[in-house]
Design a protein around this ligand. Structure first.
Ligand code: TYM
Length: 320
């Protein structure tokens, strides 16, 4: 069983990325062969500044490693260090209809939000299909927003296989955990870098506090009972608390006397507590960029070996 997923280094990683994907990836290192990469080519659709991109790639690597990515057990690399993916992207482009790409929600959303639609943004799902198909991935753990891209990957793989009458490309399945399929942001909409409603995983104490304190709630007073079922603070607490802790919190919502500020501080404590064990390792890695580079080079080497062998077969099938 091969499990693969990627993350764009397009900004500070947030707890939506963490619960939607990173945590599952780290945990699945025991369930199968894990392939995880930093989607540096994909990030070019939004990050056009050299220093920012370099910094984001480094930080994404550091965060994954600090959180428990094991580079020996798993394959962990930067997408653009294995160039075979671009060759497959081009080959697959010739088996991807315009209609399929035009239906992509993520593309339509980004354009609706004012991003100038260039070809990179439009063909983004084909590169994602190449990522998945190059490594014969069976399972792709993602948040809800990426399900359609995995379905498009299946469509593209099917049309390629049918055309060449070869069962060469493995059809992947998206793996989505319903509880964390869409982690809400501070305003209740999907947490997203581009909506400015994120809570960072490893921000400064002050920065995270500011983000938590900005969570939108209704305006019930201290002496009123509150409804946890519609509360954004509670939805985020659900990610960090066990059942007993949640029951206790529900009790606090039902009992007049506390305000949303109190619940926010409870959430803040939980967030800090959750990420505290990883901070030291993260600092060590930040201070040792040479080691991080070596780890990524090692991962790229492992990934390239598989990618090259797969591309050899694909080139043969298409006549290159
Ligand atoms: P990206 O970088 O936008 O997000 C990385 C992962 O985090 C999940 N995620 C969320 N999950 C729950 N709630 C949220 N608020 C939330 N925000 C983000 C995303 O669903 C994703 O799983 N196209 C991909 C990167 C990619 C990729 C791939 C993924 C490139 N090639 C191949 C899988 C396989 C992306 O933009 O993810």
């Amino acid at each position: 069983m091969r499990i693969l997923s990627g993350i764009q280094p397009s900004g500070t990683l947030h707890i939506g990325n963490y619960f939607g994907m990173i945590k599952k990836m780290i945990e699945s290192q025991n369930d199968g062969e894990l392939f995880a990469f930093i989607a540096s080519y994909h990030a070019l659709t939004t990050v056009k500044d050299k220093e920012v991109l370099e910094k984001n790639i480094f930080e994404a690597a550091v965060n994954f490693l600090a959180l428990g990515m094991d580079p020996e057990k798993s394959t962990f690399w930067v997408q653009s260090d294995v160039k075979e993916v671009l060759e497959l992207y081009w080959i697959l482009s010739n088996h991807t209809s315009m209609g399929l790409l035009e239906r992509a929600h993520s593309y339509k959303d980004k354009v609706a939000k004012g991003l100038i639609p260039n070809h990179g943004l439009f063909s983004y799902p084909v590169l994602m299909a190449a990522d998945i198909l190059l490594y014969d991935s069976n399972l792709v753990p993602v948040g809800k927003d990426q399900i359609q891209h995995v379905e498009m990957t299946r469509d593209i793989a099917n049309s390629f296989n049918n055309h060449y009458k070869e069962n060469i490309l493995v059809l992947p399945e998206a793996k989505v955990d319903e509880v964390v399929a869409t982690v809400p942001g501070t305003d209740g909409a999907k947490m997203s870098k581009s909506y400015g409603n994120t809570i960072d995983m490893f921000g400064t104490k002050k920065g995270i506090k500011k983000q938590v304190m900005s969570i939108v709630t209704d305006s019930k007073d201290l002496d009123e009972a509150k409804d946890y079922t519609t509360c954004n603070i509670y939805k985020l607490c659900e990610l960090f608390m066990n059942e007993d802790e949640l029951k206790e919190l529900q009790q606090r919502y039902a009992t007049p006397g506390e305000g949303y500020g109190h619940f926010k501080l409870t959430l803040l404590d939980k967030i800090n507590e959750h990420f505290a064990p990883y901070i030291q390792k993260r600092e060590e890695l930040i201070n040792n960029p040479k080691e991080v580079k070596e780890i990524l080079d090692f991962g790229a080497k492992k990934a390239r070996k598989i990618a090259a062998a797969k591309m050899e077969k694909i080139r043969e099938i298409v006549g290159l």
